[in-house]
Design a protein around this ligand. Structure first.
Ligand code: CP
Length: 309
């Protein structure tokens, strides 16, 4: 993969995705062998929104590659609180780091930030836009459990505001998969995402109920309703709790069904599902480390070879 920044899953070809997943699998097989690979490199973590998995797995990934991380900390404890702009923050942190990870509540913010930095920048979630590294670990988990060839995938929950959904749907167009989207009508796919899937010739169907499609699924990807993105709390309350799965539901599923969730969950998946062989969401979260190690390794490798030219 020869790209300076990773902003959207739409940038990624099948070849790019497979290169990252193959390297992640290699890393996963012997993580200690990669310690020291990027000794002396520094990764800047700039999170303008809360995060557990993305922030901590990038931090772990960089340290397992032998590098170090610097963290802007919370918005409350940084100079953002004093009114510093995103552009100025990124220009400053670029001077401290060899690569940057940015999470921000505004869609388009990561793309905008690339105008102000020369080091590789990774979008770790921009509002309801994209979350491409989540997609890479989602694909890694799918490939390990169900494969990415001739599979039927259900994506359920908040399809309107869920950035993991927008990224995943785009990336899946590179593979031989059938995509079923399940949501209340008010949270269906944004028109732009639906249009892009159509343009890519994706096999897509939309549903308001899981019942009709569950028995056909090889993977069920469940998402949280993104309460923080609703402009009106009443609109959230109308759909809260509407999409939940429990072990009774799963009796109608294939025995081999893989259930995934980018996490955090609220109440979309009953805790009793955790004990079934379907549940792969904690494994999915753990896969964030080898996958982000692979991505950082490739981005830093590219940046070094460009510096040498
Ligand atoms: N899946 C995900 O992005 O989780 P965090 O918000 O905890 O990073």
């Amino acid at each position: 993969m020869r790209q300076d920044h990773l902003i959207s899953a739409t940038q990624l070809s099948r070849e790019d995705i497979e290169a990252v997943l193959d390297r992640a699998a290699e890393i996963d097989g012997d993580m200690d062998a990669w310690q020291g690979r990027h000794a002396g490199s520094v990764l800047g973590l700039c999170f303008f929104e809360p995060s557990t998995r993305t922030r901590m797995s990038f931090d772990t990934a960089m340290k397992r590659l032998g590098g170090r991380t610097i963290d802007m900390g919370s918005v409350e404890s940084s100079s953002v609180k004093k009114g510093e702009t995103l552009a100025d923050t990124m220009r400053v942190v670029e001077g401290y780091a060899d690569a940057l990870v940015l999470r921000h509540p505004l869609e388009g913010s990561a793309k905008m930030a690339t105008e102000f930095v020369d080091v590789p920048l990774v979008n770790a979630g921009d509002g309801a836009g994209q979350h491409p590294t989540q997609t890479l670990l989602d694909l890694y988990t799918m490939r390990e459990n169900a494969g990415l060839n001739d599979v039927t995938i259900g994506i359920m929950g908040d399809l309107k505001y869920g950035r993991t959904v927008h990224s995943l749907a785009a990336a899946l167009t590179n593979f031989d998969v059938r995509q079923h989207f399940i949501s209340p009508e008010s949270l269906s796919l944004p028109r732009s995402v639906r249009y892009d899937l159509h343009e890519e010739g994706a096999q897509v169907r939309e549903h308001t109920s899981l019942t009709e499609v569950l028995p056909d699924l090889d993977v069920l990807y469940v998402t949280r309703i993104q309460r923080e993105r609703f402009p009106d709390e009443n609109e959230y309350l109308k759909v809260a709790g509407e999409y939940q799965i429990d072990t009774d539901d799963l009796e109608r599923a294939k025995e081999s069904l893989t259930v995934m969730h980018p996490l955090p969950r609220v109440d979309e998946i009953a805790p009793e599902v955790d004990e079934t062989s379907h549940a792969k969401y904690f494994e999915q979260a753990h896969n964030g480390v080898p996958v982000r190690m692979a991505l950082l390794d490739m981005l830093l490798e590219n940046a070094t070879s460009e510096d040498d030219q």
